[in-house]
Design a protein around this ligand. Sequence first.
Ligand code: F6P
Length: 329
Amino acid sequence: MDGKKPGTSRIAVLTSGGDAPGMNTTIRAIYRAAEECGIEVIGIRKGFSGLIKGEIFLMTRRDVANIIHTGGTILGTSRNEEFKTKEGRKIAAENLKNAKADALIIIGGEGSLIGANHFNEETGIPTIGIPGSIDNDIPGTDFSIGFDTAINTALESIDKIRDTALSHGRLFFVEVMGRTSDMIAIESGIAGGAEFLILPGNEKYIDELCDMLVPAFKAGKKYALVIVAEGENPGWSFQIAKDVSSRISMESRVCILGHTQRGGSPTARDRVLASKLGVSAVNAYTKGFAGVMVGEVKRSIKLTPLCEIMKSVKKPEKNIVRLSQILIH
Ligand code: F6P
């Protein structure tokens, strides 16, 4: 690591948890906003794992060139167990202090932001969070970075599956991501014109789906698309398809979209959101804020204490749920 220029401050940045399209755009925005204020930026490789191992480097403007449109994260990411312990966070803090970092910006999902809160409280190193996750399940922001791209990726596949489903007159189950969140399923289901939505927790889905399908096909329906939220059991669509097919004697196919939803070039919406939140995180630091997440609510930047993130669970808005009930059946 290079020595710090006298009189300057230095912020560290890492990406953590599941990658999300727009993370690179966020890193770029952070670097450029910091540069404008004369702040140095150090990058941490592989999320909390790299922080604990001391994989830290001084970033230059070249590092953030030509990344605004790229998927994944140039810094790498990880899901790390050690950072969940006090000991792990202590090692991480020592590495940051040795690198002369004055603050840490963490881009990640709910779990990463909970880790950010512990780190901020225990180490005294000002920590700022940015919501980056395709799941859109983080309180304190209308959208998390990556969600818009993920639903558009899912939608592209749904539209393609519709072509083949229609050609063969088949029933299709399309499984989308979101272990603890139904957001991708609901919004891609609405946008994709799905016939039915299966969300974890609805025990009666087989009865409801069969009651809808049988008369619809009798009345001339040619095919059907069912969107399934993966929930805690990715791949459960295969069993669902088997059960439904045998019950109504209809051939079906399954398509699991999986990690395709995590990659790809971020949409314009995600790039703008990522740019806003990256710059706002640097602003929050220069204004002396610590232990906060920067989000966007009703098109305004909002700072939420990191300690609030774990206290509430973000559920899909009532309006969007109602919309899905009106349009998907
Ligand atoms: O990042 C969120 C998420 O994509 C969930 O929607 C998904 O269930 C999970 O991560 C998959 O995680 P992993 O990449 O570790 O399999």
